[in-house]
Structures are given as structure tokens and as C-alpha cells.
Write a new protein. Sequence first.
Length: 742
Amino acid sequence: MIKRDLDMLMIFAPGGEVKNTHFGYHLGSAYIIAYLNKNGFKTSQFVSNNTNNVNECVKKIMNLKPRVVGFTVYDSNYMQSVLISIGLKSVDSDLIIIFGGPTPTINSKEILEDVSAVDLCIRKEGEEVILELLTLLAEKNYELRKLDLSNLRGISYRNDQKIIVNPDNNILLSNRKIKYYIDKYPSPYISGVIPLTNAISTGIITARGCNQHCTYCNCAVLSKNNIFFHSIERVIEELLYLNCIKKFKRPLLIHDDAFTMFPRRTIKICESIIDNDIKIPLRCITRCDTINKELLDLMKQAGFQALGLSLESAIPRILRAIGKINPPEKKNLYNFKEEAEFIEKFKEIALYAKKIGIKFLFASIMIGLPGESLKNAQTTIKLISKLDLDLYTHNFLHIYKGTPLYKNHKNYGYTIKQIGKVNRIYLANDYPFNVYKVKFAKNCSTVINAKNYDYNNLKILSLNPIRSKLKSFFDNVILNSDILKPSLIKWFQINLALNGSLIQIYSSKKKYKLLHAANEANLIDYISPTMYYSPYYKEFSKRCTRLKPGRTTLYKTVIGLPIRIKKTSSALKEYKRGRTSSSNLICQELSATDSKILFNIITNVSEQENPIQYLFKTPMLPRFQNLCRWTLNNANCIRLETALIDSDDNIRICWNSRSVGKVGDSFSKIQQNIGDFRRDSFDNRNCERCKQNNNCVKCPFPEPLSSEDYCAMVNSYDLGDKASLLEKFNVVKDIFIKPTDY
């Protein structure tokens, strides 16, 4: 029998489009942990700052010996949570696995039908439901099959093969008359669940829920149009505790759906922050109709440096259709006075916020709303363009299951369908017009994110190393194929990092448009460990090969950084003449001449009296696909950070390598094959007798150079340190070239 040290372990798996591969703290999970610990249970959050694949993650979790594992699940990390839960159950069938969070709240029946590893789903708020469940489990020695769960409200579970969905446990709603009821849940920070060092990345909350009637949003649905507050004393106590952090890299985010929903409460919080000399930079989102100039002045004084406002549309009729100010069914259907006032108030508050020095002002709009036309959307963009926004989010309407709009979507002419054929969680909807024709205003998050994705992928494509040591899986995969096979996705589950990078390169724009939807559906149906999926297609010209981001086919214009791949000799001729930008260029070695040109660049750097100063003063060099062969232990054949896979399932570890394995081979088998290649090249070249034996990466695939030429060049100059310097200098490029993150 397995000895158990933890009653419950909470997990917030990495996921989504953002490149995030670590297991961090989650505010909702932390509240549950703090409450359970207060009531005598031993619970914790699974945290890992390293990348993990499913197997590594399962090992680390099992080492903590939990009785129950609870996942906080969103659509963005659903598949990662499923894979980890399946892995855990395969090791320990008695382990109790619970899914909670927004996705299980809406899809509990589907999850339990589709994922046998999940035992229960917790719907809506979880603190007291899980406390009651753990109390029952403790009485039965954590043997779930012995429990009668029929009276436990707020859960869905499996009884034999039947899925039981118990009535909601509306704990907060039934206690809404108790002032500051949620104060009973301990602060995740003061209770020690979340370390102070993680406060910035996690944030705080002063109130739960939303009382508005926006038809597209599930926040109000989950709280049944109610807001539940922490007391001002509790908010200040938590901020005072966090105030000992000496330096904040960015403002602390308040996660409330609309922080100024009740202005008098906001005034009291701000006054208390000032009276208590709390010096924390703060950030919140709110509604323009719940704030005025006087309150904004006070918020600025209290430390608010960043403010977010939601507009959604600049058309009063559209705002009524989505219930932004008044419910859609409100009488006087042709009188949109309050909606028009909302738009004017939005402009007024946005202008005043910048006037008084709010450092970061951001706003959100939504395209494709009910009753909207292309002309209406362009009107919204015109309004946004006139304001001095630091950022705005150019959202496209996504109809979430469970929302009023989901229930009535057919009345507005929308069609909703599953993206996959089997996986029922992911849905897509159409729009009343071509939303991609709407041009972006300046400082658009879509444009900034696209540039960031492409810049990060540029580094992966040039095999720029990040890892410090070898792992038992790949962090990145570059797929040179038009087809994303189910067998490859199954291989990813074992051999790719959770939320690792998947870059697919289609042979042409035509192939991308024809096959991309099916490939994306395969990722979802066959449960990919990552949705950080970046598709590109090739475009050829006499001068270079361009990798165009797939999104280009939607927007009909360049959004991001099209990656250029060019023959080294041609690229560097243009570079010397100052005719080419290095920011999105990768140099490819197609001949021995190309290799020798790169070699000469490195020797030139090495001969400088101060190489670092020299690199700073000269124009930024492009990236090189084969720089690693001149370094010391920085090659991908040593770190195994990235796998390159072709349409025949051959696996390579650099652009010039031979196949080192096939999809289906284990990571250890691939590692063994590479070791064999390295030993063969080592023996054939008599590396043991070479004077550069200890200063050479011993490239097993020096093509297009012959082994003889490669060895001769290595022996002619001690390049290891200088080539590594050139590689590390790419980090400096990030300071000057990488798009601004926000």
C-alpha cells in the first residue's frame, strides 16, 4: 500500500497560446488550499519552475504522495490536465482525481463521460464543497467507492457507468446576507500558501463574481449575477502584508471583474491604502460608467499605475444587444441613450487617465457581435484610434457554453460547432461578417503577440540553445510536413514538454489552407500536450524562402514577423552593404562556401581586442542555422532541445543531420542513436589525438563540409569560446529587437 503524505495536492497545469511551461500558483487553488489547511487537512500546490513532460510531471506528483489530486481547469489547459490525470491513474488507480474550475463547471458531464481517469468534477466555488468531500473521504480512509455522494451538492460524479450531476451548491448565494462572507477563507499570502515572491505573477482579489448582464460572458453566469466582497479591512491586511516587497517589477493585478463596480467601496479602499502608507503599484480592470475623474485621481494617489476599460463596441445598438449597460430585452428598443452615454464616458475617462499620468492604459473591444456589420466594427476601431491607449485587445467574439448568448445564438444567426470530432470541449462559432477585414488600430495586442510568437519561433528555428542540461524529452518540435498525424500527436504525449513549442511548416499556402483545419482538429481529438502551435507556410522567391505565419491567410496582410531563410553567402553580402535587416533572417548553409563564410565571421570576432564591444558597435548579425558546430557543448545534438520531423516520420536534430530515429522511437533510443553517430565520427576523425579535442563540439553532421575540412578548420583556430559568445550575444538582440511584452 502506498504511504500518503498529503491529503490533497492542487495542480494548475500550463497551457494555452502563451509560451508557459511551468506549474505556477493559482489564486483560486490557493484559496482552497488555505481553507483546507485551516480546517486540519494537509494540502499544497504543485509548483515547478522547470519544463516537464507528462512522465516527469507524474513522477514529481507521485513523489509528494497525495491521496487526492485536484486540477484547476480552463479550456486553455484542459488537455494537459487530462494527460497528467491519465498518467497518474496508470501509476496509482486508487488515487482520487478531481477537476474543478470554469471548464468542469460547464462541461462536467462531458468530461466524466470522456475521461475515465477523472473521478469527480466540482462545479463553481470549491472551498466548502471540497472540505465536505475530504471530510467524508477521511471517515472512509479515502476509499471513494465506499462513499454515498448523492447528498453532496455542487459535484458531478460517476456511479458505475452512469454520470450523476448533483444540484448546485450555491454557497455564496445562499449566504449573501452575511456581510463579507468570503472573509472566512484565509488569505493565500498571509496563510503562507503563495510566497511573497510570487505575488506579482499571481495577483489578488477583493471581490468575486459579477452583477452585470453581458450575454457573451460567463463570469455573471457562474456567480448568478452577484458580487461577493472581502471586507475593506481584509483587503488592507493583505496589501499591508504584501507591502514588505521592496521592488515590484510591474503592478500587482487585482483580479476583480470590475474593481470600481461600487465606487464608494473603491474610495474607502484607496483612502485606506493611502492612510496605511502602502506603496504597491496596482493594476485593475473596470467599467467606465462606475468611475469618475475624482475617483481616478484618488486611485492614482493610491498607487494605481495601470487601468483597463472594456468598451466592446462604439455602436449603442450593439451594446444593447450584448447587455453591456441594459439587458437586451429592455423596453424602448429604439432608445439607446444610456448606451450612447457609456461610449462618451469611455472616451472621457480614457482621456483623463492619460492626462493625470496613468502609466499604462489598456482597453478591450470585441468584433463579430450580434447585429454588428463591418462598418459598425470599423466605427469602433476609429474611436479606439483616436485615444492614447498603451494597448488594446482586439477580441473576436467567442460564444462560451452556458452563457445567454450560447443559449440564444441561433436567434442571432450564429452557428456553433466542435473543432474536433471527438473532443467536445472546444467550440468555434462563425460571425455575421468577415471579421478579419477589420483593420487594427495602433498598439494592438494581437499584433504585439504575433510578433512575440514569431520572434520566439525564429530562435527555435535557428536552434538557439536555452537549456542548461539534457532532459528526457524535447522542448520544441519543428514539423516539416503538411499532415499532422494522430500517431505523431501520441508520440508528443510522451516526448514533448507540456505546452512546449510545436512549429509546423507547410509546403505551400495552398496546402495550409486545405489541411490546417483538419490538423488542428487532430491536435484536439488526439489530446496534444501543447496548444502552443505555430503554423507557417513556405513562399519561394529567387532571393530567399519566406515562412509566412498561417494567420496571414486570415488577415490578408502581414501580422507578425515573416521569417526569411537565405543562403549564408547571399545574406551576408547584403548585410555588408546594409541592405538587409537581421531581425527576422536565418542564414542557411547550402555549400562549403557558406560554412567557410560563417567560420570567417567567427574568426574575425575572435581577433578583436574586445569582442563584446565589437559586437555592440557593429550592426546586428542575422541568425545562423549551423553556428552550434563551432561552439563548445552548445549544440542541439548534445542538449536535445528541439526535434526536426519530416513527412516520413524521420527525426533529425539539426538542419544538416541524418535521421536519428523515427516517430514511435523512445527518447532514450534517439539519444542512443545520436551517441552512436558521435562515437563513429569521433573514431573516424581520431579526435582523441587532436589538439582541439577538449575545445570542439565534435559535430557528427558537418555537412555541407566534409569531415576533413571541418577538422582542418577547427584545428586552424580555437573558436569554441568565441562561437559561444556569438551565440550568447543573441540574448542582447532580445533587448533591441524583440517586440515589447506587456
